[in-house]
Ligand binder design. Structure first.
Ligand code: NDP
Ligand code: GDR
Length: 371
């Protein structure tokens, strides 16, 4: 019998990779997608199946994390063996703009899933994965951060995720449910949302190299993140639900890198070396070498400035995870290094931006939001 999984947030970065992974492993996959005025299924279009054909194993259902009746009905119909609750308003900076909605979706959304399973009497059948986050550590109390490090959330997003973390633990203890938190550190990929810093950088560097844009703007260049590849991390989500016991797990590479160095490494992928000058809000980056004849950038050209608009009211300065428990107990390992990740993201964005170049050369405009 094929196992049945229900993924909320299936249209997001992790939902797309997790769907691929579960389908390859023989699962029947159901996903929750939001109604939107434009198509929002770009990342999973390659998995789409015509609902009129037999033997379908990939299904999408309309729904929303703020709608309990919808979630209860879907879980009742699907009778999932595993639920992966990945849906969230996942942008930390945006959560300061829409804190109530963030709480409703990210905190109460997790409760709605847990309580639907309980209400439907599926406690012994359905295992639940909750997408918890390294943002819980926020104002860092300990380096590196592990399952025993105290939390100190620093944004409405992280506070909402802290509720989701504890309600998952509480339902596990109160109702003996197989409900687990994966405390995942940042993970990226070529399909990462365009407004997260890594993808913002690889898109901008590609456009600058191709001559489509002169420069770009970032916020805090000093922040340090433990960046892994999303493909490695979704495999771990599945492993967490296959463990003997329901527990909470830190997933991280154990290495941390400054935003500034991510910028340097991305430019280095196209043979461009940079020098950073100034400090804080006045920092800028200039080209010092251009070693690839394909990309002709003037030496001394300014390609990056800090714009304080991207600073956050409260920032998380440094994250670096200790995934010893997952490595020892579940045998998890990262297959991708940061260099591999940046290489893959740059390769993909250079291709995408080359398409934009053709369009622009043909007289069509292509939008590039500075978000
Ligand atoms: P994305 O932002 O790429 O995807 C978020 C998904 O949630 C999208 O499918 C989005 O739908 C959906 N969603 C948002 N709001 C709602 C709602 N109200 N109802 C239903 N669906 C909704 O996130 P990632 O894939 O990067 O992350 C997956 C999860 O893991 C998130 O919960 C995130 O907070 C968490 N996380 C992510 C980490 C990372 O580094 N990527 C690290 C740690 C945790 P739509 O496509 O329509 O917008
Ligand atoms: P993060 O990711 O907040 O860690 O949350 P993001 O890529 O948004 O920021 C990382 C760091 O880069 C700094 N930064 C900028 N960030 C953005 N987005 N845009 C900028 O221009 C910019 N300049 C500097 C930020 O200040 C920050 O320090 C991600 C999300 O996926 C969450 O859902 C997840 O829980 C955590 O990772 C783990």
């Amino acid at each position: 019998m094929n196992k049945v999984a229900f993924i909320t947030g299936i249209t997001g970065q992790d939902g797309a990779y997790l769907s691929e992974f579960l389908l390859k492993n023989g699962y029947i996959v159901h996903g929750l997608k939001r109604r939107s005025s434009l198509f929002n299924t770009d990342r999973i279009d390659h998995l789409y199946q015509d609902p009129h054909v037999d033997h379908q194993n990939f299904y999408l259902h309309y729904g929303d994390m703020t709608d309990s009746t919808n979630l209860i009905r879907l879980i009742k119909e699907i009778q999932p063996d595993e639920i992966y609750n990945l849906a969230a308003m996942s942008h930390v900076a945006v959560s300061f703009e829409i804190p109530e909605y963030t709480g409703n979706t990210d905190a109460l959304g997790a409760l709605r899933i847990l309580d639907a399973v309980r209400l439907l009497g599926l406690e012994k059948k359905t295992k639940i994965y909750q997408a918890s986050t390294s943002e819980l550590y926020g104002k860092v109390q300990e380096v590196p951060q592990s399952e025993t490090t105290p939390f100190y959330p620093r944004s409405p997003y992280a506070v909402a995720k802290m509720y989701a973390f504890w309600i998952t633990v509480n339902y596990r203890e109160a109702y003996d449910m197989f409900a687990c938190n994966g405390i995942l550190f940042n993970h990226e990929s070529p399909i990462r949302g365009e407004t997260f810093v890594t993808r913002k950088i690889t898109r901008a560097v590609s456009r600058i190299a191709l001559g489509l844009q002169d420069k770009f703007y970032l916020g805090n260049l000093e922040a340090q993140r433990d960046w892994g590849h999303a493909k490695d991390y979704v495999r771990m989500m599945w492993m967490i639900l296959q463990a003997d016991k329901a527990e909470d797990w830190v997933i991280a590479t154990g290495k941390t890198t400054r935003v500034r160095d991510f910028v340097k490494m991305s430019f280095a992928e196209v043979g461009i070396e940079l020098e950073f000058k100034g400090k804080g809000a006045d920092e800028k980056a200039f080209v010092t070498e251009c070693n690839n004849p394909k990309y002709q950038l003037e030496i001394g050209k300014e390609v990056l400035s800090v714009d304080p608009r991207y600073f956050r009211p409260t920032e998380v300065d440094q994250l670096v995870g200790d995934a010893t428990k997952a490595k020892q107990k579940l045998g998890w390992e990262c297959k991708y290094s940061l260099k591999d990740l940046i290489h893959e993201m740059m390769e993909s964005d250079l291709k995408l931006m080359t398409k934009q170049q053709y369009l622009e050369d043909g007289g069509y405009s292509t939008l590039n939001y500075f978000e």
